[in-house]
Design a protein around this ligand. Structure first.
Ligand code: TYD
Length: 225
């Protein structure tokens, strides 16, 4: 009887990507969306075609998953969150990210697989190897060219996020977690920077929007500045 050999790692479809994938990470209220729109404007002004998107989200299915994940009525355990996130990520990568990169565009993505590494893995306790494996499966091995981690004291970040939510009504299940949770998220992102300093750049986010943007520009590869 012949046996079927199941590969230990997923089999990737190699794709030559011509564009750039730049992801933004950080805790709540770290100013990612402001900085992403500024960078999009900057790069568009330099003649690049830019696509901005987010995770969880970016496709109709993934936006549906996002609503479930942020809904205060549910409190799924980290493994359940991870599986929902990876399902939505897989749809996003295949339908949005890869096609845009193959067209040569610059994709600015608000959160990506590193958020799962930190929120569900480091903080949530899902074994790291399992998170890595599911991230690999969902992304098909698509890694960001650059990841900007906006670093801010969670006390400041939470008060910014709460002020924003009071105006926009966007409070989520995750914003509501205790300060200690957000401190562990911050430490998780710092650990990520140390583990892959070539790709992941730490940008202090406690300055004005102009100051933070200047630091992001410094972190960009020369051709995009
Ligand atoms: P969002 O309102 O976009 O928060 P923020 O403005 O801080 O980005 O909500 C996304 C939430 O989902 C955020 O709290 C982090 C969480 N998340 C994970 O836990 N794991 C993930 O892989 C991703 C992409 C997000």
């Amino acid at each position: 009887m012949g046996s079927t050999v199941i590969p230990a790692r997923p089999v990737y479809t190699p794709t030559v990507t011509r564009g750039w994938l730049i992801t933004f990470e950080g805790g709540e209220g770290s100013g990612k969306s402001t900085q992403i729109s500024r960078l999009a404007q900057h790069l568009t002004g330099r003649g690049f075609t830019v696509l901005t998107t987010r995770e969880p989200g970016g496709t109709p299915l993934a936006e549906g998953v996002r609503e479930l994940l942020l809904d205060c009525r549910f409190d799924p355990e980290p493994l359940v969150e991870l599986m929902l996130l990876e399902a939505s990520r897989s749809d996003h990568v295949r339908r949005v990210l890869r096609p845009a990169l193959e067209r040569g565009e610059i994709v600015l993505c608000d959160r990506y697989a590193d958020s799962s590494t930190v929120y569900q893995g480091v903080v949530g306790g899902v074994p790291r190897e399992a998170v890595r494996h599911l991230n690999d499966l969902a992304t098909g091995g698509l890694e960001p060219d650059l990841t900007v981690v906006l670093d801010l004291d969670p006390r400041e970040g939470l008060s910014r996020a709460r002020a924003r939510n009071a105006v926009g009504g966007g409070a989520s299940r995750i914003d509501d977690r205790p300060l200690e949770y957000h401190e562990r998220v911050r430490d998780g992102f710092l650990e990520l920077v140390l583990s892959d300093p070539e790709r992941v750049r730490l940008v202090p986010a406690d300055g004005t929007a102009d100051e933070v943007f200047a630091l992001i520009l410094e972190a960009l590869p020369e051709v995009l500045k």
